[in-house]
Design a protein around this ligand. Structure first.
Ligand code: SAH
Length: 194
């Protein structure tokens, strides 16, 4: 049976993310870009991710897609809430650390600096890691096929298509400093010391 608590928890946990994003998007006004890569492709992917979030609204506010339910036990669904919560914290931490260097598409801005502290000390893509973690949490908590696929597919595509180009762009800009940083860190999970 569908319980209102699951929907309420999902709404509350995602509202936090939207707030953080809007806050940092606003903070970007007036910044000048120095380099931009694959602009059309990147904008397309970014909007695709945005479109993928629409079914969440249908899930939250209507019963139209309730028939696409996944048979997950309540324990797994609440685990999803905790995963979203952990993802939210990582998302906020990453935004705080990246500050003005954040951008929705691949670009280097005037005065761009290489961030290697906060979560960037351990992994190179904490924001993507957070978005993926939130996605797994959303899948568990919503227990809905449509919500799961429409969130996860664009996010996975964006990550797979973008990540090598992003690292190439960072090497072009920061050279050996970024290469050295790559040796110390993993992409989505910390590198274990040998
Ligand atoms: N991939 C990172 C950042 C996502 S935002 C993450 O998942 O956390 C994308 C922008 O961040 C890129 O356009 C790039 O300019 C910038 N960026 C990525 N890694 C960075 C770093 N370590 N320091 C500064 N800027 C970075």
């Amino acid at each position: 049976m569908y319980k209102a608590q699951f929907k309420l928890a999902l709404a509350a946990l995602l509202l936090g993310d939207a707030g953080v994003r809007l806050y940092y998007q606003k903070g970007r006004r007036g910044f000048k870009r120095a380099v931009v890569k694959h602009e059309r492709r990147e904008k397309f992917l970014y909007y695709l991710v945005g479109l993928g979030l629409i079914p969440i609204f249908f899930y939250l506010f209507t019963s139209w897609i309730d028939i696409f339910r996944l048979p997950l036990p309540p324990k797994v669904r609440w685990l999803g809430a905790w995963l979203i919560f952990a993802g939210d914290l990582l998302f906020i931490w990453s935004h705080k650390a990246l500050g003005r260097n954040w951008s929705p598409i691949l670009e280097i801005r005037k005065g761009h600096s290489l961030v290697t502290d906060g979560p960037y000390r351990f992994i190179r893509h904490p924001m993507y890691a957070a978005i993926l973690l939130i996605g797994i949490g959303v899948s568990f908590l919503s227990a809905n096929w449509i919500v799961t696929l429409s969130y996860m597919l664009p996010v996975i595509c964006l990550y797979l298509i973008r990540v090598s180009d992003e690292e190439r762009m960072m090497i072009e800009k920061f050279g050996d400093e970024y290469r050295e940083y790559m040796r110390r860190t993993g992409r989505l999970t910390p590198k274990l010391r040998t």
